[in-house]
Design a protein around this ligand. Sequence first.
Ligand SMILES: [Zn+2]
Length: 367
Amino acid sequence: MVLLNFFSLLQLFDGHNGSAAAIYTKENLLNNVLNAIPTDLNTDEWVAALPRALVSGFVKTDKDFHKIGKKSGTTVTFVIIEGWVITVASVGDSLCIFDSANGGMYYLSADHRLDSNEEERERITTSGGDIGRLNAGCGTEIGPLRCWPGGLCLSRSIGDRDVGEFIVPVPYIKQIKMSTAGGRLIISSDGVWDALSAEAALDCCRGMPPEAAAAQIVKEALQANGLRDDTTCIVIDILPQEKPAAPSPPPKKPVKHLLMSLFRKKPSESFSYKDKEYMEPDVVEELFEEGSALLSERLNTKYPVCNMFKLFMCAVCQIEMKPGEGISVHAGTSSLVKVCPWDGPFLCSSCQEKKEAMEGKRPSGND
Ligand SMILES: [Zn+2]
């Protein structure tokens, strides 16, 4: 797969309590993300703007889905590949790993299972949720940790209106630049990861073409665990340019000279990744990682494309606001940091309500 000047998209949704949230998210998330990116950016700026646009897009999709009034929820693993940069935004417990062809495995998603994420358990209890296992009677607790009301095992998802808005749609985001050797990307739902470690999944299909590899991983998972949960697997090989599309075995040596044409030479004044732009990606580079659940931290203005948010537009839903109508995303976040009402980016009153509900500062479901 060779990519130039347009991006590839891979999405995995694992729905629960019905499929409405998964279907709605599939149909709307990409548009909501793209609408949050200014239109006048070059490719490098576009890639740098993605992490914040993904946060806006996930929150808007969740907010809009809540309005429909359906109860289901979904995990989301949303992968955008632009040039050599892989950007992954995830909520829930599906997993995305990248196995670089010149060595090294990278986890590109977070595990938002209550069982495995203490930080998230703390966030939820502070925001007013209760966490505990099912009580089978006589004090016998069974199954995974769940959040009450609702009984969800995840701390983040899209949908789940009945669970409480402290189950947030704010995604963990990881952005890496591959080496020119490329590599293999595996995205898989929890049914696979309950049965196989990331290493075992990679090892069991080494040398196979992607489609056979995905089938092999599912087969191994079923053998190990039986059919217990959703086992979906996507395998993608990203190969250097000019190489024949024979994916096995993955090329060991980067073909540097052939790849020079892949890089845009347009320098950008406002782009602080400027120095990295001309580097040949001979090793995998980690560009960005952020997992906080707080919008005030995720939509901040420190990130490269400083003029990303228009002054009179809501940073989440992108509606236009009258001057003075927007509420600073930093308002009410911490008494230690002095916030001026003109410190952007800004939210409309409806998205400000959503933000407060996610932080447990107002009862959810009041929109
Ligand atoms: Zn808004």
